[in-house]
Design a protein around this ligand. Sequence first.
Ligand SMILES: *Cc1c(COP(=O)(O)O)cnc(C)c1O
Length: 497
Amino acid sequence: MFYTSTRDRSIKVSSSQAIAHGISAEGGLFVPEEIPQISLDDIKRIAGLDYIGRAKEILSLYLTDFTADEIDTCVKGAYGEGKFSSEKIAPLHKLEKGTDILELWKGPTCAFKDMALQLLPHLLTVASSKSAPDKQIVILVATSGDTGKAALEGFKDVKNTKILVFYPNDGVSPMQKLQMTTQEGNNVGVCAIEGNFDDAQSGVKAIFTDKEVAKKLDENGMMFSSANSINWGRLVPQVVYYVSAYCDMVNSGEIELGEKMNVVVPTGNFGNILAAYYAKEMGVPVNKLICASNANNVLTDFLKTGTYNRKRDFYTTISPSMDILISSNLERLLFLLSGMDDGLTADWMAQLSKNGCYKVNDEVFAKLNSMFEAGCCDDDGTKACIAKTFGDYKYLCDTHTAVAVDVYNKYKAETGDATPTVIASTANPFKFSKAVLDAVRPGISEGMDEFDMVLGLHVETGEDCPPQLANLKGKTPRFTGCCKKEDMEQVVFDMLK
Ligand SMILES: *Cc1c(COP(=O)(O)O)cnc(C)c1O
């Protein structure tokens, strides 16, 4: 199987080249030329395997220039013994009959980014040994909070790699910040920027695609790659857990093999929900893909009208990992839905960067409409939903997950759709203690520091804070720098010397 670029279909690369390079030279994103298919018989067989077995099956369909041994080593390195706090890796938690929460935060950094970023360094090491054997890989990351820590944790002390993370100084939670600034490892760097996530992401993209910078790196035996969800190596591990969730729904008797499920995803950069779309196109019986946004509801408007318009106010919310107005992975969906029309996709993306908006054609809009539903929820709605979900089910969800639960509740009330549903849960609630505590006991967080709130949340709910978060208490930050967005390139060179 080969991969091509969303902006130039004449490009044809192997999966290892797509992963090693991260982004195509002309700025497009790599996508597989065709989507591999699985039958209901395949699903029945895969449902009998554990998560590692399921991951090997799905990955081998996409990473066709990896050997079975290489995939085995990568998958075991990522999800093997002791890496995740649940042996199911991505377990389902049943809220009520027909509604299950897919818990994607059992990894080392307590957010769903671990699902991909525990695997990506392994994939990248194999990929670069095939396609660029002598190069040191430099990973640049723009993060809205969770990617940064998950990438640092995944890449720390990985041979032949360096990683540098940029995060918006006022755009991440205190726990997220502390997780990143205290990161250990000899090949890591972290820098705040004055700006929001979109600034960080555009800055990183600009450095990536700058030919002069690439040349300088090349002369020094280095090359850039990306750990953001523009890298195919981030997307493909996420397809696995949607197949796995379907298998678990069948195994638990929530659905009959072949019956459809809805999938609800709290969405930012559109990576997670795109993975669900791939699972659907592979043959997993999916009814609706429900895209949930916070007050930054650019995707809600887009999916309802066909016009993408980023010219709007940017809000800093209590679900910061979704505070995004430019959802990079949408480009992949547009390319697929337009019948792999690279010209059209490139044109829409050019309009987005030039005018801040574009409108898709009727054909693409009709396809979007048939598969996707969308809704949004502001901070008050998010807190109310955390309180209600805890009250009704004794289930404590984080702010991002609550956005999805709220959007799903509204969708169900409006449509009466009784299709069994899986709601993706993307972070442990203790990563966002203040907002979650305010939701379950309004006012109580007044004057408390971050770890008082962790304790308060434990006392209020009886839930335990994961040790990797609790242990951050009292740690001194190692990385305290903050730069202007114009200076990001210099920060990169300083780190690489
Ligand atoms: C990254 C993130 C999201 C958004 O996921 P996308 O793939 O960017 O749409 C949602 N919730 C949490 C907790 C995240 O870390």
